[in-house]
Design a protein around this ligand. Sequence first.
Ligand SMILES: Cc1cc2nc3c(=O)[nH]c(=O)nc-3n(C[C@H](O)[C@H](O)[C@H](O)COP(=O)(O)O)c2cc1C
Ligand SMILES: Nc1ncnc2c1ncn2[C@@H]1O[C@H](COP(=O)(O)OP(=O)(O)OP(=O)(O)O)[C@@H](O)[C@H]1O
Ligand SMILES: [Mg+2]
Length: 506
Amino acid sequence: MEIDKAIRECDDRRLQTKYNNATYVVQRALALYSIEEVAFSFNGGKDSTVLLHILRAGYFLHKKGQNSVNGDLKDFPIRTIYFESPCAFPEINSFTYDTAAIYGLQIDTISLDFKSGLEALLKEKPIRAIFLGVRIGDPTAVGQEQFSPSSPGWPPFMRLNPILDWSYRDVWAFLLTCKVNYCSLYDQGYTSIGSIYDTVPNSLLCISNSSNKFKPAYLLADGRLERAGRAKRPSTSTGGQIPAESNGLTSQDSYKNSMLTASIIAVGDEILFGNLEDLLGPYLCRKLHSIGWSVLQHSAVHNNIDSVAEEVERQKSKSDMVFIYGGVGPLHSDVTIAGIAKAFGVRLAPDEEFEEYLRHIIGDQCTGDRNEMAQLPEGITELWHHDKLSVPLIKCENVIILSATNVPEMEKQWDCWIELAKSSDLLALLEPYVSKHVTTSLSDVEIAQPLSKLCLEFPDLYIGCYRNARYGSLIVSFKGKDLTRIESAIKALQKKFQPSAFIETK
Ligand SMILES: Cc1cc2nc3c(=O)[nH]c(=O)nc-3n(C[C@H](O)[C@H](O)[C@H](O)COP(=O)(O)O)c2cc1C
Ligand SMILES: Nc1ncnc2c1ncn2[C@@H]1O[C@H](COP(=O)(O)OP(=O)(O)OP(=O)(O)O)[C@@H](O)[C@H]1O
Ligand SMILES: [Mg+2]
């Protein structure tokens, strides 16, 4: 069997382990269910192409175990289902049918949506379990195991996910090692394929100086960004991300003057004990304002999973983006990542790419098979690599985890984050905030009412007051995105008093 041979003869130990595990799942499934009771959900995507060959190999090994085969298998007896859609790429459609013909797949084409199609199929056929090419990292993989019953509300069947633990790199290592055909779109920069309306080539593979030439999918360095070419479905929060322009939903310009909000969470008992002065929060506030974002809240919580989870849960739905720092590392008190996983209702799972980075840094100190620090929230995590950082930044949906412990480190992480976000069009940089400060000798009582009126006249500005000493002069601050509006507000205030009441404007 050519797949089994290609993997056994290659020198990629990791790929061999993944292959052995995946074909083992197939063999266990074929021992549990009869061949009529299983189906293979095939859609011509890269993951289902891997799965096709894993199933062919697993079936071969299953038969070999029963001593009923010793050579190549001509036909593939597992019923194959394809949900055909007019929104599919023609290349995907033709690859699916061509592949079916080459490998003798008995393909059932279903023209209904997934749920109704499965309901009809299960009524008609004795199917009890369906093989899927779902992988950790797919949004739909959250909470799934290799054997996972279908979700409540779906017809009852077992979802079989032999390649659940495969990374993007594993998929490409397999397809290239086995030299099997895959859909031509992957050679044109597509890295994950949905419908023609929500999928564009991955901009991270764009060849510089050319807006429509892309490198092949297997060259994507960070597999966590394989869905960067898939448009976000419109949701209540944008997550601060700009949907791909070509999807027609929106363009960067429409975001330009809109309001994006951030929250900042500091994790650390030491901050709350007053032993440690938190300089990172104010630094982030300044930086966020400089890109035109509004900071809704800056809070500090104890090093406790529930405290982190509660705060993250609150802030992630309130703000477009949440920045969290402190409590990241191997100590007993480093619970930030676990708290984030809890807030999203997902478990922590080993992340091999992250583990490699950590191994590089801590080397020999890393003992045992599994590095606890390499556990990241499952299915929601992206690693953002930058040449200047020894460890990638971690992004869990709209929560950015910063491992900086002082301002220079934070400065570096912020600069890298901005650079990465800008280059991948994942972050909206808005008009920066501008501000002016007016110093006055007026008392609080004198200025209170006119200022309240001014706030009503200029609802687009933040108008605040502070003083450097209880009995010193009062400073009125004006913050907004339009300098002329600020200047008008200052003039309007000055008109209400004698010119001598104002000491300085800057
Ligand atoms: C055979 C099959 C079984 C599925 N079973 C479930 C299920 O049990 N629960 C569920 O929420 N979605 C189920 N789905 C839907 C998928 O999770 C997912 O929405 C779909 O593959 C679209 O993925 P995409 O957004 O990455 O294109 C199933 C899909 C297929 C093809
Ligand atoms: N239209 C469909 N018909 C049959 N199965 C499908 C269909 N869409 C999705 N699936 C099943 O769900 C799995 C996961 O889909 P997903 O889009 O994440 O992966 P893929 O299409 O194989 O690869 P890619 O991530 O590159 O798009 C597929 O491997 C396949 O088993
Ligand atoms: Mg797909």
